[in-house]
Ligand binder design. Structure first.
Ligand SMILES: Cc1ncc(COP(=O)(O)O)c(C=O)c1O
Length: 397
């Protein structure tokens, strides 16, 4: 048997300390379950932070990766590959977009959106139009561009100066955006449903208003669906709940089936301003990752699959609302589909620890919000088990 302490000692000695990790070492996964090196089983309602939408070892992903690996893994983006072109067609035909740009992570997909928005604005309006509006509680990543649009002092302060020209409006407050709009603003970026920021949903009126303001001001609208996209909210794209479409959209976490992939979607008008050399990535959407993504996309985009997500989401919502009735510490239950936040009147750390002890992995989103991101393949028995563990966990708060 592998000695968990030995692994943790290696990590402490050789890996720079950017994460506070769990006390156990995960060794394998199967469906909705994870197993640590001591053989303890965990029901995974964190899914590697919204990545493992189809759970662990999904046969369609395993088959796609292994078949492609035997044929061709990586050739760089100097060459065409079959899976990448086919994946692009799938993503475009199922969305508002006319073109996609591939990269390797959420932050990279935001970084590309920033550059493409700047290029579009410079092409059409000149050099002055370089600024961005982002929202309170937003999370767009930790690269220098995306960090400037992620308004949190403890992420930003150690790394100042940031990319200049980032303005901050209030989520779901259209007047606050309007007050910041002028001819220097090249784009507004917003998560249709904020994940890291505590599970807040944008109202359709807010997104409609942003669309109107951007159109009137000659600015682009960027939706960040890195966490809430691809089936997580019960529709393929989170923006579908509002009927509003953006000019650019970012996607990452679930699309690669556990392999790294980010995607920046755009309209033809944006794509028309991009030329060879403007942006690029050595690894992006190589043949193996793109094959995995094709399998993930085909599975999730199936209307019957999305209908299962909506059913599971309603079941989970009802269970969480019942827990709210039973536990005074729960202030609010909010979310959609299979992304939920349970806000408490105190830090949720002890509830997370209790859930882990009981074999349920969950996340937080800020100190007082417990976040649930179950695999989209969850069945009733898993939801019941999770709700039972959460009942005990909130009892321990
Ligand atoms: C909405 C959103 N955008 C961007 C990111 C950054 O993604 P990554 O960690 O893959 O760089 C995240 C990560 O949590 C996110 O939730």
């Amino acid at each position: 048997m592998i000695d968990a302490q030995q692994i943790k000692d290696l990590d402490a000695k050789y890996v720079v300390h950017t994460y506070n990790r769990s006390s156990f070492v995960l060794e394998r996964g199967e469906g909705v379950w994870l197993y640590d090196t001591d053989g303890k089983q965990y029901l995974d309602f964190g899914t590697g932070i919204a990545v493992n939408a189809l759970g662990y070892g999904h046969p369609a992903i395993v088959q796609a990766i292994t078949e492609q690996l035997g044929k061709l893994a990586h050739v760089s983006n100097l060459y065409h590959t079959i899976p990448q072109a086919q994946l692009a067609q799938m993503l475009v035909e199922a969305s508002f977009a006319d073109k996609v740009y591939f990269c390797n992570s959420g932050a990279e997909s935001v970084e590309a959106a920033i550059k493409f928005a700047r290029k579009w604005a410079r092409t059409h309006y000149g050099e002055h139009k370089t600024e961005f509006i982002s929202m309170t509680n937003a999370f767009h990543g930790r690269t220098m561009g995306s960090l400037a649009l992620t308004p949190r002092d403890h992420y930003q302060d150690p790394f100042r100066p940031l990319m200049p020209g980032a303005r901050l409006a209030t989520y779901n407050d259209l007047a606050s955006v309007e007050a910041l709009m002028d001819d220097k603003v090249c784009a507004v970026i917003v998560e249709p449903l904020q994940g890291e920021g505590g599970i807040h949903t944008a109202t359709p009126e807010f997104l409609e208003g942003l669309r109107r303001l951007c159109d009137a001001n000659g600015s682009l609208l960027i939706f960040d669906e890195v966490q809430c996209g691809l089936g997580r909210t019960g529709t393929l794209w989170a923006y579908e709940h509002s009927g509003v479409t953006p000019d650019l959209m970012t996607l990452a976490k679930p699309i690669g089936g556990g392999l790294p992939m980010g995607v920046t979607f755009m309209t033809q008008a944006v794509a028309d301003t991009i030329e060879p050399g403007d942006h690029g990535s050595t690894f992006a959407a190589n043949a193996v990752v793109a094959s995995a993504a094709k399998a993930v996309f085909t599975t999730i985009a199936d209307p019957a699959f999305l209908s299962h997500v909506r059913w599971a989401g309603s079941y989970l919502e009802a269970g969480l609302l019942k827990l709210q009735e039973e536990h005074d510490c729960i202030v609010e239950v909010r979310g959609r589909g299979l992304i939920w936040g349970v806000e408490c009147d105190r830090p949720v750390g002890p509830a997370l620890a209790s859930a882990t002890d009981q074999g349920l992995l969950v996340l937080n989103a800020g100190s007082n919000v417990l976040r649930l991101l179950p695999p989209l393949i969850v069945e009733q028995e898993h939801l019941d088990k999770a709700l039972d563990s959460l009942n005990k966990a909130f009892g321990a708060l």
